[in-house]
Design a protein around this ligand. Structure first.
Ligand code: SF4
Ligand code: SF4
Length: 186
């Protein structure tokens, strides 16, 4: 059965030999750690347990597959970057850029950095004093950076169970967005 996201794949786009999402994400269901290729992944071919892969794998489609305006330079295998739209509690909407740990500075190289900064500027414009906060995060292994138009904020390392919260402060007509680890209740 095709999922609703699968139906949105840009015609002609397919994973092909790319397996980057099987490396950058942790997949506990198959004991695959973050930043290491899953033991079920065959380089250049894909998942060796394709029909039995966990739901989290089955339901993941990166933004390059889904967004036509991301050109060939954003093909994850070529870019070393996996783009993912994310949502946080409160309706906040983000773009997460998961970086291949073998090329940790790739997101700061062109043409990627310029486009990432343009997305950060657009997120800033879209964020109003009320309603959803829009944001851009770059993730290199466990380290997360909040990307703002004029700078990046190093949020430090996140364990797999740690979550992020995003907030805004409005002062003198300016909206400042910041992010931090969500502290456990109690
Ligand atoms: S990163 Fe995207 S293109 Fe590459 S294998 Fe994953 S879903 Fe497919
Ligand atoms: S189970 Fe298959 S699809 Fe999921 S991470 Fe491993 S190789 Fe990739």
């Amino acid at each position: 059965m095709r999922t609703s996201l699968e139906a949105k794949i840009v015609p002609g786009r397919r994973c092909g030999s790319c397996t980057l999402c099987c490396k950058v994400f942790a997949v506990p269901d198959v004991e695959s750690p973050r930043s290491a290729l899953c033991g079920h992944c065959v380089v250049g071919e894909g998942c060796s347990i394709h029909h039995a892969r966990p739901a989290i794998c089955r339901e993941f489609f990166c933004n390059w597959l889904l967004i036509e305006t991301l050109g060939p330079e954003w093909q994850p295998e070529r870019a070393g970057l996996v783009l993912q739209s994310v949502a946080l509690p409160g309706g906040h909407q983000g773009l997460a850029i998961h970086v291949d740990p073998d090329v940790p500075d790739r997101w700061r190289a062109q043409p990627y950095y310029g486009r990432i900064k343009a997305w950060a500027a657009k997120a800033q414009q879209q964020t109003k004093p009320d309603g959803p906060i829009y944001f851009v995060i770059a993730e290199v292994h466990r380290r997360n950076f909040l990307v703002l138009p004029e700078r990046e904020v190093d949020l430090g390392d996140f364990d797999d169970h740690e979550q992020m919260t995003i907030e805004r402060r409005v002062a003198n007509g300016r909206i400042e967005v910041f992010a931090r680890k969500l502290q456990p209740a109690g």
